[in-house]
Design a binder for this molecule. Structure first.
Ligand SMILES: Cc1cc2nc3c(=O)[nH]c(=O)nc-3n(C[C@H](O)[C@H](O)[C@H](O)COP(=O)(O)O)c2cc1C
Length: 324
């Protein structure tokens, strides 16, 4: 990659987290080049549509919110995926459509033969990418994969080439196999081995980036065109801004003070309430604040207390007591 080429900073799709509220927070902090929704089931979309019901809740906000925005979709049927991709491209006018070929969760990979199940069939992945790219054209279609299904069947290079040859505009690789789930460390050497086998599409590396130093180390030592961050950006949604500053050679913002963190929690809760009822918003913000608290003294007690807070008043009392 030429030195002048900008390293792409992507936020990872995360079911249960990367809803509208979270995406707005990421935008507020800046530094991120592409934000992705949670994965949307193409089959559910089509079924809801046939029943004349509302859109899947994971598409909430997508029509109106700022661009660029990628929507990630999953299924194993190219026609179902193409139908949704076409709607996303021409009606919702999203910036990118990302195909999920990496999810290891049982209900996706085993029961629905989607996500990482498809990794064992690079030709089928190629067929899906080709049909979806044709349906969405000119909106770019990308793919997100893992290294393979198991340590014995790592085939990310075959899959990567099938994805590129079928007309995808980019590829993200989470450096674990599906059977590893989230155990151990992501194998960045195996992500790096894919780069020389691609002709021109950008390769985005993903897995275990928690800090600015982690990000800079990966960018310096592995031949990727960009990085994607998931869990590290739940804990620190400001991480993209810090990485972008470091890459530009500017001073890096310090970590937010506890008062800023408290304001951020209020903001996040208010944003969640635009989409969800109070009960659900409280459930979702409780998960987030446990991440913020994780490395602080008293985190375990805080987590227990916060999980039993059923009213916003009680919740914010606990926040005030802990983040001061
Ligand atoms: C709670 C959670 C939900 C996730 N949901 C998705 C998803 O909807 N689609 C997807 O492709 N990957 C999903 N992932 C995987 C992440 O996008 C990412 O590949 C993985 O967490 C590794 O990156 P990280 O170490 O930066 O978190 C999810 C991960 C987590 C922890």
């Amino acid at each position: 990659m030429p030195e002048s080429t900008k390293t792409l900073l992507y936020s990872a799709p995360m079911a249960g987290y990367t809803n509208y509220a979270y995406r707005e927070l990421l935008r507020m902090f800046g530094g991120v080049d592409l934000i992705t929704t949670e994965m949307v089931s193409a089959r559910s979309f089509v079924e809801l549509e046939m029943r004349g019901s509302e859109l899947p809740s994971r598409l909430w906000g997508v029509r109106e919110e700022s661009r660029p925005l990628a929507v990630q979709i999953w299924d194993n049927n190219p026609d179902t995926l193409s139908l949704l991709a076409q709607r996303l491209a021409f009606e919702f006018k999203v910036s990118v459509i990302d195909l999920n070929f990496g999810c290891p969760a049982k209900q996706i990979a085993n029961r629905s033969a989607g996500g990482s199940f498809l990794l064992q069939f690079p030709d089928r992945i190629g067929d899906i990418v080709q049909k979806v790219a044709a349906a969405a054209k000119p909106v770019p279609v990308t793919a997100k994969i893992r290294l393979g299904r198991t340590a014995d069947t790592i085939n990310a290079i075959d899959v990567a080439q099938a994805v590129e040859n079928a007309g995808a505009a980019g590829l993200t690789v989470h450096g674990r196999t599906a059977s590893e789930m989230y155990r151990g460390n992501a194998h960045w050497d195996k992500i790096a081995a894919i780069k020389p086998k691609l002709k021109s599409i950008p390769l985005i590396g993903n897995g275990d980036i928690q800090t600015v130093d982690d990000a800079l180390f990966r960018i310096k030592n592995y031949p990727v065109d960009g990085i994607m961050i998931g869990r590290g950006s739940i804990e620190r949604p400001w991480i993209f801004r810090q990485i972008a500053q470091a890459l530009r050679g500017e001073p890096v913002d310090s970590e937010p003070a506890v008062t800023e963190l408290r304001n951020l929690i209020v903001k996040h809760f208010n944003l969640l309430q635009q989409q969800f009822d109070e009960h659900t918003a409280l459930f979702l913000i409780r998960k987030i604040v446990c991440h913020y608290a994780a490395k602080r003294v008293g985190a375990r007690k805080f987590r227990n207390d916060v999980c039993s807070a059923k009213e916003p008043a009680k919740f914010f009392q606990l926040i005030d007591d802990f983040f001061h």
